[in-house]
Design a protein around this ligand. Sequence first.
Ligand code: 1CP
Length: 345
Amino acid sequence: MTSTKPFLRALAGETIIPPPFWLMRQAGRYLPEYRATRTQAGSFLDLCYNPELAVEVTLQPLRRFGFDAAILFSDILVVPDGLGQHVAFKEGEGPVLAPIRSARDVDGLDLSGLHQRMAPVYATVSGLSKAIPATTALIGFAGAPWTVATYMIEGSGSKDFANAKRLMWSEPETFARLMNLLIEATGQYLIQQIDAGAEAIQIFDTWAGALPETEFRRWVIEPARQLVERIHCERPGVPVIGFPRGAGILYEAYVTETKVDGVSLDSSVPLDWAARVLQPKCTVQGNLDPILLVAGDEALDAGIDRVLKALAKGPFIFNLGHGIIPPTPPENVARLAERIKAFKG
Ligand code: 1CP
């Protein structure tokens, strides 16, 4: 059965003009109505676990810009929270976690409370599936095991991932145990999102590009391959988009070996190479530099046109190469939406 939703048709391999579009971090601090709801919610995690308000902030950018997909409003770090690790979001500083640095710390994590803790997230998904427009698709998501593990081990964002890499190389069994727990937890979590109404899944591996080739194959490609296989096998027909940010030429091995339905490209991926090498294998998504949405004007228009010209001839979903940043003027997002909708091929 062919979907009536352009985003899902593109993921099934159709070429659609104008292409469907949505933007990573389309809900967030660049929108005044998000900041207002955020204040009402309390902490950022309170917002993630409040289905009524999480539905509201997910819908806010759809009302303004008419995106073809809604993405569940939550965060990749609810999974560590659901495994019993202490997670907090400090105002202006980002996430802070009680770091996992030893075999004993890994022993302290527990899968058994995950779904109870994630119940409000599943409620948000099911609320959204009733609230979004009929032609809009609903994306569920999770962080990929490697990216989530970096936050769990470092205890915060990091520049060089020194603790995570040290654990990976110096205590490979402990690291593997953590990663296997995350693969299982993430698989279960995504299946539950699908059962609550998610129609497609995106796996965010934001820090994939920090790993050398051997470790990239072991801890980026292999976990994604297992997650895609599990979703395709247990919930056939639900497409998966992978985002191995910074993978460089390893994007090709990632696509071939994981069997993702779509791949999200960061802004450094050359457009002609993506059209020639990746697009014959799966739907591509991306990859406008998010700072062009801050710059605006002709630079923004030219950037949009370059991406459309290179990728809209095949299966394609327009997006950014990474998330919208807070200083982005909403008018520039409106400008982008209008320009894509006016594209005639
Ligand atoms: O105060 C606030 O409002 C917090 C800002 C914020 C928001 C709006 C955070 C904290 N997370 C989010 C929402 C979010 N995070 C979504 C919602 C859906 C949408 O896209 O609209 C999604 C998909 C994420 C995923 C996420 N969180 C990723 C992967 C994608 C990416 O952007 O790279 C990562 C790495 C995170 C961790 C995270 N959460 C928040 C911050 C500030 C960070 C980054 C910390 C760092 O720099 O390391």
